[in-house]
Every structure is written in C-alpha cells, then in structure tokens.
Design a protein around this ligand. Structure first.
Ligand code: NAP
Length: 483
C-alpha cells in the first residue's frame, strides 16, 4: 500500500523549504517534503569546502519574508547560510513535514488515478502534485578522465569535501577554476606542500568588497527593520542594473578593462599574468569575486597548469604535454550536472517518456516551471530560471507565487490536473530563445554550463527578475485543465 499525500515536495534546500513555508502561509498543510539527507539546507548543507561562502550579498540572498538582522558579513559564509535555512525551516513550522532519509528514485504519472506514483528509498507514495526542488547544482560532476579509477591517492569533489582528507604539507591538485575552486585555493594554499591548479579556461575575477556588519549596524537592522529592507532594495537595484552589461556585451568590454587592471595589480609575473588573462567577454561565464585568489596563485608553492589533463595514473595526473604531476590528493572543482540533471531520467509523464527523453539534453518548461505532458509537476529552479546577475532567491520566490496560483486552481476549482498547453509552452520557449540572443551569455565567446549540449541557453532567464515576477502569474488560458 502506498501512502498518499496531496503535495509532495522533493528536496529541502532553499527552494523546497521556501515552498513549504509559502504553502503553510497560504493555509495548505497537506504536504510532505522528501529529503534524501538528514538535514535541510541543500547545496548549503552539502558544500562544506574551506572558504565556501555566497557571492551574492546576504541581505539579498535571503527570503524576502524572513530578513536576518544577524548576518555577520555582507557575503556570509556557508555555515551561517545553512544556519539561516535551518532556522527558517524551524520557525515557519516546516520541519514536521520533512521526511529525512527519503530518496525519491522514480516518479511516474498514472493517468488512471491521476496521481504521481513515487518510489522512495523508504517505500512507495502517491501524490496529486509533485514539486521538484532538487536544485540545479546538487549533482556533482567529475569528467570521465582516462585512468581515473587507477589513481591511488585521495580524491573528492568540492561539494563532497572529505573532512578527514590529509592535505597539510601534501601535494594537492585542484581541477577547475570556477566559483568553487577560487574559494578553495586561497584557503588551502598555505597549508599544502604544493598546489597544482589545473586551469582549462582563465576566469574573470574582480574584487569582492566584503565587509563585516558591526554590532551597531546589526542592532539597527533588528530594531529598525526598514534599514535592512532599504539595503536589500539598494542591492536589488544595483544587481539589476548589471543586466545592462550582460545584455549588451560591448559594455562588458569596457568593464573588463578594469578587471584586467586588477589582474595587473595583483600578479606581477608577466608570464603568469598572461596565462591568467581570460579569452572571452566578461560575464559570459559567471564572474568570480575574490580578493585573495590571484595573490594565492603568485605564491612559490603553487603551479598553474594550463595544459589539459591527458590521463590519471596511480601516482597522479599526466597532462597533455606528457608531464606527470605526482599527487597525494585531487580536489575536483569541476561543477555539476546542470542541463542533464539525473532526476530527469526518473520523472515519467503521461506518455511514459521521461523528462530526459522529452528534453533530449535541452530542457524546456513553460515559465521554467511546468512541462506539457507532465501534469501537476512543478519544477523549482527549472529551465531558464537561473541567473547570472543576482540572487536566485528572487526567482525562487516568484516561482512560489506561480505554484500557489496552480494550487489555487487545483484546490479551489476542483481541477484534477494542470499542465501547460504545448503551443503556449513552445511560444514561450521561442521568446526565451530570442531574449537570449546577443546577450553576453550566448555571444560572449565562451563555453559555459549555462549552455546545454545543443549550444542552447537552457539555464538562464535572460531578462530582469522583475520581468519574471510580472510574467510568472498563473493564467488559466495557458493551461490544459482536467476535472
Ligand atoms: P563550474 O563553474 O562549473 O566550474 C567547473 C570548473 O571545472 C571550470 O573551471 C571548468 O573549466 C573545469 N572543468 C570542467 N571539466 C574539465 C575538464 N575536463 N578538464 C579541466 N577542467 C575542467 O563549477 P563550480 O565552480 O562548482 O561552480 C558552479 C556554480 O555553483 C557557480 O557558477 C555558481 O553558480 C555556484 N557556486 C556559487 C558559489 C557562491 O559563491 N555562491 C560558490 C561556488 C559555486 P572550463 O571553465 O574550461 O569549463
């Protein structure tokens, strides 16, 4: 016998916890949150590498309905963000709804019962509505290098940091130069014996301009909450104004001159500087914020390896120039399965096809949230809801309002199923496609994880978050409704 729940939310990260909070606030309590881990927090629970912090300012990287006057810094560290999600889950009454240690392995729509059949690691469930809050950056990805299984030293992914790893005084490689790597490198450089940083593409790096919030400022935030709201509004406007550059790459070419000056200022060795000089337009890949990345690379115990990786051998990594880098540990800072998320393989719609089969490597969804042929499935942080310029929490909250609209239709009008009209979805996807043309993400001359294997941007929302908030409203006429 399957246990039936009205709404099944999968994942207790920022989006799943946010969904649970908004449901409770709307008076909906018949829901369960399935979480594979043993605590809430999603990526902020899983990423525990040294230096892990958010590169969006905390007053903006937080729920609008739960300001936190206690943030210690502008860019808070991972532990504080995790603590914030935990506290929100507790204070808003979400925890009693969470089933920890429940991994959803399969979800299939049953057209006869009009229910999702869920197979979990702890037994079967059925649900009227399935809300996927698994996140876009939750499945670590390590390239399948030749000989990887033969390597005899320690090796782990940045998002699965090995607390017992022996790094002090050892020969360590970091592979990758994305947002994770640039936070890890300065924190381990002084501890390790030698650090080899494998760089395939030099990223754009700009100063972080972090600062602590003093006790006075924090008291002001808590006694006059308007002050923190004003700060959030200011940050919101500043980030949205950056969009002008992302949408008009010529502006970025002006900005990148400043970034090159920063590189010049921080790296004195002209040869190293040349190898750290990016060869694509600023903003095409995520812009990285760091004050200590370049200085760490200039230290004597660091080598920047810009040759590719040919294979792994028991002693270490052999690069494409044939040089063996002997290593005690490898840290894979190589990113995540984004356009091909594993969950897409196990969510099957009305025809029995999985999302992965329908998407064929290029995900699409109406308003980034619902997919034709997959009734009552709502994807949080779905296709084209990602951002390159501001806080994801803004998109998540807008999606949650849309979710409430869908649930209002189901619960308020005795509608059994809601799914987007395929024609409406196709037109929406075309608009997104057109909206992304000419932006730095598609025209900036880089290969980023924003683009899928077909070269399409299936990840980012190409306009302002305000435009998405306006757009993401439930409009009955756009959906196929079934009683
Ligand atoms: P990422 O941005 O996908 O970076 C992966 C890195 O691995 C890239 O430098 C990539 O090189 C390299 N790589 C991949 N395959 C390789 C191969 N076969 N050989 C050599 N190098 C290879 O991953 P991430 O750094 O974990 O960041 C992912 C996202 O998570 C970020 O963009 C951001 O949205 C989020 N994040 C945020 C924060 C934060 O502060 N809020 C911190 C960490 C992560 P190429 O550049 O050449 O592809």
């Amino acid at each position: 016998m399957s246990e039936h729940v009205h709404i099944a939310i999968v994942g207790a990260g920022f989006s799943g916890v946010g969904a649970a909070i908004r449901l409770r606030q709307a008076g909906i309590n018949d829901f369960v949150v399935f979480e594979r881990g043993e605590e809430v927090g999603g990526v902020w629970r899983d990423n525990r590498y040294p230096g892990c912090a958010c590169d969006v300012e905390s007053p903006l990287y937080s729920y609008s309905f739960a300001p936190n006057p206690a943030w210690s810094r502008m860019f808070s560290p991972q532990a504080e963000i995790l603590d914030y999600v935990r506290r929100c889950a507790g204070e808003f009454g979400v925890l009693p709804h969470v089933r920890f240690g429940h991994t959803i392995r399969e979800a299939a729509w049953d057209p006869v019962t009009k229910r999702w059949q869920l197979s979990s690691s702890r037994g079967p469930f059925t649900a009227d509505v399935l809300v996927a809050g698994m996140g876009a950056l939750s499945e670590p990805w390590v390239p399948g290098f030749r000989g990887i299984e033969r390597y005899a030293g320690q090796a782990f992914h940045s998002a699965r940091w090995d607390e017992d790893a022996q790094l002090d005084g050892r020969r360590v490689a970091v592979v990758g130069t994305g947002a994770s790597a640039i936070q890890i490198v300065p924190r381990i450089q002084a501890r390790v014996g030698h650090l080899s940083l494998f760089q395939r593409t030099a990223p754009w790096v700009v100063p972080r301009k972090d600062r602590a919030f003093g006790p006075l400022e924090r008291r002001l935030f808590s006694s006059v909450p308007l002050t923190q709201r004003l700060m959030r509004a200011g940050l919101y406007v500043r980030h949205e104004s950056l969009l002008l550059g992302f949408r008009n790459p010529w502006i970025m070419r002006v900005v990148q001159r400043q970034a090159l000056r920063y590189l010049h200022h921080q790296i004195k060795d002209p040869q190293l500087r040349e190898r750290l000089r990016p060869n694509f337009t600023f903003g095409c890949k995520r812009v990285l914020l760091s004050d200590d990345y370049y200085p760490a690379l200039a230290q004597d115990n660091v080598s920047l390896v810009s040759a590719g990786i040919r294979e792994l051998v028991p002693e270490g990594i052999v690069d494409t120039e044939g040089q063996l880098h002997e290593l005690d540990a490898i840290i894979w800072a190589t990113g995540f399965h984004v356009a091909n998320p594993p969950f897409a393989k196990y969510v099957r719609g009305r025809s029995g096809e999985s999302l992965a089969e329908v998407w064929r490597g290029s995900p699409t969804a109406h308003l980034g949230s619902m997919v034709a042929g997959f009734p009552n499935l709502f994807l949080l942080t779905g296709p084209n809801t990602g951002l390159g310029h501001t806080s994801m929490l803004l998109m998540i909250e807008a999606q949650l309002e849309l979710l409430l609209g869908v649930l209002g239709e189901i619960d308020g009008n005795d509608t059994a199923t809601v799914e987007p009209d395929p024609g409406v979805q196709a037109r929406y996807v075309q608009q997104i496609e057109r909206g992304g043309q000419g932006t730095v993400w598609t025209a900036g001359g880089c290969a980023s994880w924003y683009l899928d294997e077909t070269g399409r941007n299936s990840t980012l929302w190409p306009w302002s978050t305000h435009a998405y908030m306006r757009r993401a409203k439930f409009d009955r006429g756009d959906y196929l409704l079934d009683a």
